[in-house]
Ligand binder design. Structure first.
Ligand SMILES: *Cc1c(COP(=O)(O)O)cnc(C)c1O
Length: 231
């Protein structure tokens, strides 16, 4: 089931890349398979189907699965909101944390990573004015927080992430994705001599084709791979 869905998702990725009207900085798209609310055996199945990275949105849930699957050759990504008091658990599990959105959280993750002798890869979650989302830093805070991240030894800033609101018509996400890509390119350029911002993480089942057309090179897809989640 997952293997068949993965083929369909990969086809959608290819079509979207062909429809991209400009040459983005990176024409590869990294697929994060979002396994939240699915049991550990689904992750194992996804990995045998060729998935190389899974996304979870809660630390505790990821920890439970990670303990069962810790020999599995897969990257774990945290895509949901992180509380500072879970930073230590998070750095033990995740290869990339997508959801850093405040100075406090940045410092907590740096400190936790230092404690276990790790340099933690992170993305900054940005919340542009058109979004209703509770989390994410404002555009105005971005440059200042990048500066701060560059002074820390145990985090490595790898790019930006955003969560678009759900629209019935995914075309409605296009303006947000365009603005995110513009902001990403501007930030990448501004700091290019000091850090290589590689990833723009945006797009989910409903809208990832639009996100790719507008420059995303990391997408987070759950439903299209695993079906509807049971809550
Ligand atoms: C759940 C979730 C996804 C995946 O959503 P689907 O619509 O199932 O593809 C992607 N990103 C984040 C942050 C999520 O919480």
């Amino acid at each position: 089931m997952v293997a068949k869905n993965l083929t369909l998702v990969n086809e959608r990725i290819e079509v979207a890349l062909k429809k991209r009207k400009f040459s983005a900085f990176d024409d590869n798209v990294k697929l994060i398979a979002v396994t939240k609310n699915h049991p550990a055996n689904v992750i194992a199945e996804a990995v045998s189907a060729g998935i190389i990275a899974v996304g979870e949105n809660r630390v505790q849930e990821a920890k439970d699965k990670f303990e069962v699957l810790n020999n599995l050759d897969v990257e774990w990504h945290l895509i949901g909101h992180l509380q500072t008091n879970k930073a230590l658990q998070a750095v033990k599990i995740f290869s990339l944390i997508h959801s850093i959105d405040s100075e406090n959280l940045l410092l907590a993750v740096n400190k936790a990573a230092e404690k276990i002798g790790k340099v933690q890869d992170i993305l900054f979650q940005v919340n542009l004015a058109h979004e209703e989302s509770k989390f994410g830093m404002g555009e105005d805070d971005l440059s200042g927080l990048v500066e701060k991240a560059l002074l820390l030894s145990n985090v490595r800033l790898c790019g930006l992430m955003c969560i678009a609101p759900f629209y019935d018509n995914p075309e409605d996400c296009r303006p947000l994705f365009k603005d995110m890509y513009t902001l990403f390119c501007k930030t990448k350029k501004e700091f290019s001599s000091r850090v290589d911002l590689k990833y723009l993480s945006m797009g989910m089942t409903n809208d990832f084709h639009i996100a790719i057309e507008e420059g995303a090179n990391m997408i987070r897809v759950g439903t299209a791979l695993f079906g509807k989640r049971q809550y």
